[in-house]
Design a protein around this ligand. Structure first.
Ligand code: PLP
Length: 432
């Protein structure tokens, strides 16, 4: 087989021959003729990176979020990394963050020699728990990096109060929640810095892409060189070539890199931004629909939503409640997958359980709520603005059936039976 050279599919197809009724991803394009026209216009022009489309995208995104600035970058991981670069951390400085997130939230902290300190999450929302943050603040704490997980924003009033009290900066990783609001304020506008991802699975996409939002002028002065290999204009340049076209600087002890966004992606991003509220509303409508279909299912709880914030329904996370009653979650997922053809995936292994953290001495048990939620209850089912009610019915039926079957047949045996049946089917097919 040809080497893939590091590529991987965004499909979760396990290649195991299981015929899926409801796969995790791919329910149709998120684009239409508007994006095609926008791309065509860029291709017919003369500027392909960091030109008028990027400028306009940034301006429109900042206006959308209610911040003074937005800076487009090449992806959400880079947005998180640049946010950390703005924190001006010294080795050994501590930053409190959540374990239930994509690793991009904290990886730059490790790279910079800072110490990620994991606060536990709230049982109901999976968002970082302000009470746990408070317990983890020490003299070395410099910042809090929160993640608005899945659909709704964190308890920002409480988090900002802790930050003010201890003079800490706050980064909002809003990769899951573009357009979400908390008491009327947009994600990415409450903390000192907001980070967004426009990965293809996100609520709005530029294929790869990301954005930083903030309102501080000094941050803008720093991001400009950091995003573009340290390049900076000379302050008192006489002629445009004297002493040279540009200077190269370091920012907070960090050398810049090329994190720019190109014009095609910015043009697509502008169209997607215009559609974002409609995408979010559609996701909410579909999530409400499937929640309604799942209501009353023994062993399944629908997600809990706080009343003072909006839901953008990036992830759909019904809760599995039978683990505690002796029916392991993994076995339920096996029945769901092998017998019902419904593909759930998991978000997120508490990050300190990854090798990069374990090798640095982080141990299981650090955040008991996050571990309980992850190992016993949570699962992510697909959600997409182009889902049909028919597909959602299939998904809800699959979940209901799996919850019933596991109880009727009893955990492990049931799951093993389902898997065996599929393996036999595949073997038969191969033999033909
Ligand atoms: C919470 C969170 N932060 C950051 C990122 C990184 O974004 P990207 O994939 O665009 O690099 C993601 C992406 O999945 C994410 O979910």
């Amino acid at each position: 087989m040809a080497k893939q050279q590091g590529s991987y599919a965004t499909s979760y197809d396990a290649g195991d021959g299981v015929k899926l009724k409801v796969p995790y991803s791919f329910f149709g394009s998120k684009f239409d003729g508007q994006e095609l026209n926008a791309i065509r216009e860029v291709l017919q022009g003369e500027t392909f990176t960091m030109g008028p489309q990027v400028q306009a995208f940034q301006k429109e995104f900042a206006a959308f979020c209610g911040t003074k600035y937005a800076f487009a970058v090449s992806n959400g991981t880079v947005a998180c990394a640049l946010a950390v670069d703005l924190l001006d951390l010294k080795p050994g400085d501590e930053v409190i963050t959540t374990p239930i997130t994509f690793i991009a939230t904290s990886i730059e902290l490790l790279r910079r020699g800072a110490v990620p300190v994991f606060a536990d999450v709230q049982y109901e929302t999976h968002n970082i728990d302000p009470a746990s943050i408070r317990q983890k603040v020490t003299k070395k704490t410099r910042a809090i990096v929160v993640v608005h997980y899945g659909t709704q924003m964190c308890d920002m009033d409480e988090i900002m109060a802790i930050a003010r009290e201890h003079k800490l900066l706050v980064v909002e990783d809003a990769a899951h929640t573009p357009g979400a609001t908390y008491k009327g304020k947009k994600a990415g506008s409450i903390g000192d810095i907001g980070c967004f991802s426009f990965h293809p699975l996100k609520n709005m996409t530029t294929f790869e892409g990301g954005m930083l939002t903030f309102s501080r002028d000094d941050f803008a002065d720093k991001i400009i060189p950091l995003r573009c290999i340290g390049l900076q204009s000379y302050k008192n340049q006489k002629d445009y070539w004297l002493p040279y076209h540009y200077d190269v600087v370091e920012v907070n002890g960090v050398l810049g890199n090329n994190y720019r966004m190109d014009e095609v992606r910015a043009a697509v991003g502008r169209i997607q931004l215009r559609k974002l509220d409609a995408f979010n509303a559609k996701r909410l409508e579909l999530t409400n629909y499937v929640n309604g279909r799942l209501a009353g299912t023994d062993g399944i709880a629908v997600p809990t939503w706080a009343p003072d914030r909006t839901q953008v329904c990036y992830l759909f996370n019904p809760r599995y409640k039978l683990h505690a009653r002796g029916f392991p979650k993994d076995d339920f997922l096996r029945i769901l997958y092998y017998e019902e053809g419904v593909q759930a995936i998991l978000h997120y292994l508490p990050n300190y359980l990854f090798s990069v953290y374990r090798e640095r001495g982080y141990k299981p048990g650090l955040c008991p709520v996050a571990e309980k939620v992850f190992f016993e209850e949570t699962m992510t089912l697909p959600m997409h603005p182009r889902f049909t009610h028919e597909q959602l019915d299939q998904m809800a039926d699959g979940i209901r059936n799996a919850a019933r079957k596991i109880q009727e047949r009893g955990g492990k045996a049931a799951a093993a039976k389902g898997k065996k049946r599929v393996e036999q089917k595949i073997a038969k097919k191969k033999a033909k």
